[in-house]
Write a protein that binds this ligand. Structure first.
Ligand code: NAD
Length: 467
């Protein structure tokens, strides 16, 4: 066969490139960059191998040691994570991000969350154990990137799974940074590499390929309605933690200063990007002015001309303008041509009616619509309308036990906070563990290690029963 010099050079180039690709592929396949891979195929393969090793060689106690190492290591990075998140996403407040990340570190349960049930009797002993699913695909949001990776990472490894993260593209840098530090901690503690993996460039296509991959046995989605619905259509076991629009009812029995302080704290933490934060205040008309005065005393600002704000934060099609999501109240006010009362003002209040566009959809910004109800019955109806069957969160301020109970029954949310800032429902200043994946649509609620398990029964007939 005749071959000229140019053709020969081309063939050599192609062969060298193919060899290079193969070497690169093998290198990152086996090593990754503390869990970061170039392709989804590599990320899933590495997570699968790591899970097999974890299940085969690590006892529950040894898994707990890995989790301890993850908590200790990531705690050293909290300030950096907070700063990186605000820089990358343009949302939230660094000091509040520190609180959220610490909450995930301190109050995400580990292996102690897993339960074994036993049934013993004449026929012997049966035990019901919580076993891993295998490889989980976790889709994480831009609004709480650090806490969600920490929280899901701990919970999923505690239940002996591995996880392929698909971080939101606009929070990929910080999400991958957090995941890498957690993986380093595991390796340094003697655990398997790649218990958490991700691709370098997460996109909607990588989400889709992860959702379809046979090696992935469970999808856990923390995000808006769109991605939750996509996961539910996938045909795989899916846990959906979707959007909310928490109403906050206030009746005439409250201590106004305390209720106002709680509302401003809960609604303004991290500039309202938490899905659990108060999104609309529903106050009895008889006390609304008094409540507003108390909120203003807590560094909120009543906006005389709500239209000025609406003009910038609502798009022509009625949707929320993403440019203002998670921005400081002072920035939003200034952008609307309104002078902020000070540069650290926490919340802008707009006194509007129930059909206002900021009432009927989650705003994720420190602009708080307040609507007035003529009595408690109407307030409850409004609350139900605002929550819109998200089954997410609701808050109430009242000293009337009948009111507290009646609204709980009507609203049916996963989280129901009484007389406290909304974040008490996440375990910050409230009892109970913490989670940043609140599975309302699929009903698992505040997720933890045991959420990510399969129940298995093991039966021994005619033995081990001592009764
Ligand atoms: P988002 O829905 O834009 O993105 C979440 C993730 O889904 C990202 O990783 C994104 O890349 C991916 N994604 C988005 N649309 C998709 C689609 N159609 N198909 C496949 N993947 C898709 O959410 P966000 O803006 O990052 O987060 C804010 C939303 O998430 C809010 O609605 C908030 O209430 C909700 N949220 C809920 C919880 C909860 O626990 N229930 C926690 C945090 C955030």
């Amino acid at each position: 066969m005749d071959i000229n010099k140019e053709e020969l050079a081309k063939i050599i180039d192609e062969v060298v490139k193919a060899l290079d690709d193969n070497v690169c592929e093998r290198k990152s396949q086996s090593e990754g960059d503390y869990g970061v891979f170039q392709s989804m195929n590599q990320a899933i393969a590495a997570a699968e191998k790591a899970q097999t090793e974890l299940q085969a060689n690590f006892s529950v106690q040894e898994r707990e040691e890995l989790i301890k190492a993850m908590r200790e290591e990531i705690r050293k990075h909290v300030d950096k994570i907070a700063k990186m998140t605000v820089e990358e996403t343009g949302m939230g407040r660094p000091e509040d991000k520190v609180i959220k990340n610490n909450l995930a570190i301190d109050k995400t349960p580990g292996t102690e969350n897993l339960r074994t049930e036993a049934y013993s009797g004449r026929d012997g002993l049966s035990i019901l154990e919580e076993a891993p699913f295998g490889v989980i695909c976790s889709i994480t949001p831009s609004t709480n990137p650090g806490p969600t990776v920490i929280n899901n990472g701990i919970s999923m490894i505690a239940s002996c799974n591995s996880v392929v993260f698909n971080p939101h593209p606009s929070a990929k840098k910080v999400s991958l940074y957090v995941m890498k530090q957690l993986n380093k901690a595991i390796i340094n503690a003697g655990g398997p590499a790649n218990l958490m993996t991700a691709v370098e460039e997460p996109t909607l296509q990588t989400v889709e390929s992860c959702m379809k991959d046979e090696r992935v046995s469970m999808l856990v989605v923390t995000g808006g309605h769109g991605v939750v619905n996509a996961a539910l259509r996938s045909g795989k076991k899916a846990i959906g933690a979707g959007a909310g629009n928490p109403p906050c009812l206030v009746d005439d029995t409250v201590d106004f200063a305390k209720a106002a302080s709680d509302i401003v704290k809960g609604a303004s933490i991290d500039n309202n990007v938490l899905c659990t934060s108060e999104k609309v205040v529903v106050a009895l008309d008889s006390i609304a002015d008094q409540l507003i005065d108390c909120m203003v005393a807590e560094n909120a600002q009543l906006v005389d001309n709500p239209e000025a704000i609406v003009n910038i934060v609502i798009n022509e099609d009625g949707t929320v303008n993403k440019e203002y999501i998670g921005k400081d109240a002072a920035y939003i006010l200034e952008s609307a041509g309104i002078k902020p009362k000070n540069k650290d003002v926490r919340l802008a209040i707009i006194d509007v009616d129930i059909d206002h566009p900021l009432v009927r959809q989650e705003q994720l910004m420190p602009v708080m619509p307040l609507v007035r109800a003529k009595d408690f019955e109407e307030a409850m109806e409004m609350g139900v309308k605002i929550e819109n069957k998200n089954r997410h969160s609701a808050i109430i301020h009242s000293k009337n036990v009948d009111h507290l109970t009646a609204f709980a029954k009507k609203i049916g949310t996963t989280i129901y906070v009484k007389n406290a800032p909304s974040y008490a429902g996440l375990g910050a200043g409230g009892e109970g563990f913490s989670s940043f994946t609140i599975a309302g649509p699929t009903g698992e609620g505040i997720t933890s290690a045991r959420t990510f398990t399969r129940k298995r029964r093991c039966i021994l007939v005619d033995g081990f029963s001592i009764i």
